[in-house]
Design a protein around this ligand. Structure first.
Ligand code: 2NE
Length: 270
C-alpha cells in the first residue's frame, strides 16, 4: 500500500492508505516499550482514526522485526506509574486499552517479534492478531513487579482458558507463534516477510463487509465480557439504528415542530 503520513509524532508513526489506518510504536531500541508520551500519541492518532469516516480498519504494530511491544518502559517506571517529561506518574496505557476495546472499527494487531508484558495485553485486546513466524508472546509482570488484573487477566482467560491464563501469568514463560496459534491467542501465523501483505489482505476483506454489521458484532462480542460498559456500547448501536428510522425521526420532528408526535402509523411488531 501507498502509506501516507497522517501526523508527525516522536514515539509513533501514523499512516493511512485505502481505508486503513496504521499506528506503529516506533521505539525499536527498547523493543517498542511505551512511555507515557508514547501512549498519549497512540491515543491521539487512534482517536483520529476512529473519527475519520474514510477509515474502516486500524492496524496496531511495532517498528522493526524484533518487537511488537515490550510493555511499559521500565527505565521510566516510578512510584505509582510510568513517569513522562512532566514528572507525573501514569498508567495511561489503560486508557488506550479502553479505546481499542470500544472502537466500533476493527483493530488488528500485526505482531513481529516480542509481544510481552503490557505489549502482550495490547495485542490481546485487538480484535484480531496476525503473527509473524518470529513472534513471541508472554507476560512478565510477576517477574518485574507488575501485573494487569483487568482485561489482561480476565480477557486472557476468555481467550485461552483459565488454566492457560494462570500458567501464562504465574510462570512468565514465552510462547512462540505456533504455540500461540494453538492456544487461540492469534488468528494466523505467516512468514515475517509476508506479515503486512497478509494483514492488509485481512483488512480489505473486512472493508468489503457491512460496517454496521461489524460494529454491532464487535459490541455484542464485547458485551458478553464487559458488564454494564459492554451493554452501554451495544445499546449505543441500537440508538444509532433507531435514529435512522422514520419512527425515531417522528419524535424529533414533532418536538422541533412543537406538535404532539404521531406514532400511530408505526407497527407494534410481534
Ligand atoms: C522484550 C524482551 C524479551 C527482548 O529481549 P532481547 O534479548 O531481544 O532484548 P534486550 O537486550 O532485553 O532489550 C534490548 C533493549 O531494550 C530494552 C532493554 O533494556 C535493552 O536496552 P539496554 O539495556 O541494552 O539499553 N528494553 C526491552 N524491554 C524494555 C522495557 N519494557 N522497558 C525498558 N527497556 C526495555 C526483553 O527485553 C524483556 O523481557 N523486556 C522487558 C519486558 C517487561 O518486563 N515489560 C514490562 C512488563 S509490565 C507492563 O508492561 C505493564 C503492566 O504490567 C501493567 C500496566 C502497564 C504496563
Amino acid at each position: 500500500l501507498d502509506w501516507q503520513s497522517a501526523g508527525e509524532f516522536s514515539d509513533i508513526l501514523y499512516e493511512k492508505a485505502e481505508g486503513i489506518a496504521k499506528l506503529t510504536i516506533n521505539r525499536p531500541r527498547v523493543r517498542n516499550a511505551f512511555r507515557p508520551e508514547t501512549v498519549q500519541q497512540l491515543c491521539q492518532a487512534f482517536s483520529d482514526a476512529r473519527e475519520d469516516p474514510a477509515i474502516g480498519v486500524i492496524i496496531l504494530t511495532g517498528a522493526g522485526p524484533l518487537a511488537f511491544c515490550s510493555g511499559g518502559d521500565q527505565k521510566v517506571r516510578g512510584n505509582g506509574g510510568y513517569v513522562g517529561g512532566d514528572g507525573v506518574p501514569r498508567l495511561n496505557v489503560l486508557d488506550f486499552q479502553r479505546m481499542i476495546r470500544t472502537c466500533p472499527k476493527p483493530v488488528i494487531a500485526m505482531v513481529a517479534g516480542y509481544a510481552i508484558g503490557g505489549g502482550h495485553v495490547l495485542h490481546m485486546l485487538c480484535d484480531l492478531t496476525i503473527a509473524a513466524d518470529n513472534a513471541r508472546f508472554g507476560q512478565t509482570g510477576p517477574r518485574v513487579g507488575s501485573f494487569d488484573g483487568g482485561w489482561g487477566a480476565s480477557y486472557m482467560a476468555r481467550l485461552i482458558g483459565q488454566k492457560r491464563a494462570r500458567e501464562m501469568w504465574f510462570l512468565c514463560r514465552q510462547y512462540d507463534a505456533q504455540q500461540a496459534l494453538q492456544m487461540g491467542l492469534v488468528n494466523t501465523v505467516v512468514p515475517l516477510e509476508e506479515l503486512e501483505i497478509e494483514t492488509v489482505k485481512w483488512c480489505k476483506e473486512i472493508l468489503a463487509n457491512s460496517p454496521i454489521a461489524i460494529r454491532c458484532l464487535k459490541a455484542a462480542l464485547n458485551a458478553d465480557c464487559d458488564g454494564q460498559a459492554g451493554i452501554q456500547e451495544l445499546a449505543g448501536n441500537a440508538t444509532l439504528l433507531y435514529y435512522m428510522t422514520e419512527e425515531g425521526k417522528e419524535g424529533k420532528n414533532a418536538f422541533l415542530e412543537k406538535r404532539h408526535p404521531d406514532f400511530s402509523k408505526f407497527p407494534r411488531l410481534p
